[in-house]
Design a protein around this ligand. Structure first.
Ligand SMILES: [Zn+2]
Ligand SMILES: [Zn+2]
Length: 450
């Protein structure tokens, strides 16, 4: 049997439509001891492929973490395939709130070192000594306790569009970054306060709660089954949802609505908006929040620079993409300098009850700040050199070079040299140089586009 997907994403989407069957989107995880993850992976693939399971699944010696979709009428057969493993008997399957038949377009099962990249050395603490699991009703009650600190264990792009009222939302790109930050910031509360934590499906809190107990926090609680299970219980039991906004999910939907509150802003014009999108320029792919009007203005791009690129012929775009690897950079999102509106504060841990400051800007007009002047051009290497006279310049900044002969030239700095050394920041008084495919003139002006 083939262990790979033979159909393209487009063919899959067409097939799903033709089949006309309702699909369920669900997720689950289990920590366990798996001797041979490679064999486990192959067995799962062979069991699930005939059931038309699609999704993204990670397996490791420490367990399994799965997000997938399958035809509703295969659900019980699918559950049977899980029950053949002792550690997955009676496992809770989180069914997504909103169903979308195209949430996954292929089946990918990957063997990893860990099912969640937590950066922890598990041998140094007891990973089974977890926090107390709370259902939705108990979680709500504990939220009302003034002696409680509630921490969002997810990343900034997740908590930005939806969160529990009053939660601390660490400004981090990854889970592994968040653990030491939270520990430091909350160290004074180790003994007296209830540390209440939550994440999307509960998996991150499984390990984090054990870690914080190991670090000396006395009263550690976690949301059973995460936001997904919370939402299900809130609906089933008619409780008030203290989670507001959208729950970020890692499939094509990028988020499912929990309440009608819009708690974030368009990263380009600043108006209330919680629709995530990836920049239409394939070479950029930045994940950011964009309202409908800005989507139209920028044609789905994060910046005018990317918008110009998507209008180039396809082969020129391909040439530009060559050798560029964005990786996790796309999750910089609200922190990316190319975006014209940002509301993420520079602080490490956001303050509690920091509900969004509403700010409105009507046009996406480009603003710029003077940085310095051109002082030299090296024709052989096509390198322009500037003297920084004001402010700072960073790699990934979008800049404008302007002068009577040069005209107005925009570009994003991908690499630069500061005083002849590779660097990511240039400050006042520095000589900064970078590659340019045109000659600059002495005293051409360098601006940073804001
Ligand atoms: Zn907008
Ligand atoms: Zn872009």
């Amino acid at each position: 049997m083939q262990l790979y997907n033979t159909l393209s994403a487009e063919e899959r989407a067409a097939l799903i439509d033709e089949a006309g069957k309702q699909r369920l989107t669900l997720s689950f995880y289990a920590y366990a001891r798996i001797e041979d993850p490679k064999k486990f992976r192959d067995d799962l693939f062979m069991a699930w492929e005939p059931l038309e399971v699609l999704g993204r699944i990670y397996v490791a010696h420490e367990g399994i973490n799965a997000q997938l979709s399958l035809p509703a009428d295969h659900f019980y057969e699918f559950r049977d395939t899980l029950e053949t493993y002792d550690f997955m008997q009676g496992i809770r399957l989180n069914v997504a709130v909103e169903q979308n038949d195209h949430s996954f377009l292929k089946l990918t099962i990957k063997v990893r070192d860990k099912i969640v990249a937590d950066g922890l050395n598990d041998d140094t603490f007891d990973v089974t000594n977890k926090g107390i699991h709370l259902g939705a009703a108990d979680f709500n009650a504990m939220l009302d306790d003034p002696n409680t600190i509630v921490v969002d264990m997810r990343n900034h792009y997740e908590s930005e569009i939806g969160h529990f009222v009053g939660s601390i939302k660490p400004d981090v790109d990854t889970f592994r970054e968040s653990l030491p930050i939270i520990e430091t910031q909350l160290s004074e509360f180790k003994e007296g306060k209830n540390l209440l934590m939550y994440c999307t499906g509960g998996i991150r809190c499984e390990k984090a709660s054990a870690y914080f107990k190991h670090k000396g926090f006395n009263n550690v609680y976690q949301l059973e089954g995460g936001i997904i299970e919370y939402t299900r219980q809130v609906k089933a039991e008619g409780l008030q949802s203290k989670f507001i906004g959208k729950n970020f999910v890692f499939d094509h939907r990028l988020g499912e609505r929990i309440t009608d509150d819009i708690v974030s802003n368009c990263h380009q014009c600043g108006k209330p908006c919680d629709t995530h999108t990836n920049c239409a320029n394939e070479a950029c792919h930045l994940l950011f929040i964009q309202c409908e009007e800005c989507a139209e203005t920028f044609e789905g791009c994060c910046s005018t620079a990317c918008n110009e690129i998507i209008h180039l012929p396809e082969d020129e775009q391909k040439a530009l993409r060559r050798g560029i690897k964005n990786g996790n950079m796309i999750f910089k999102k609200g922190k990316s300098d190319v975006l014209t509106f940002r509301n993420s504060s520079p602080g490490v841990v956001g303050t509690a009850v920091a509900e969004p400051k509403r700010r409105f800007e009507t046009t996406a007009k480009i603003k710029k700040a003077y940085v310095g002047k051109g002082i030299h051009f090296f024709p052989k290497a096509s390198i322009g050199q500037f003297l920084v006279e004001e402010g700072e310049l960073y790699v990934s900044n979008e800049i404008l070079i302007s002068g009577p002969t040069t005209g107005e030239q925009k570009l994003i700095i991908e690499e630069m040299f500061v005083n002849d050394q590779p660097a990511t920041t240039a400050r006042k008084g520095d000589l900064v140089s970078f590659k340019l495919d045109y000659r600059i003139r002495l005293s051409d002006k360098l601006y940073k586009i804001l």
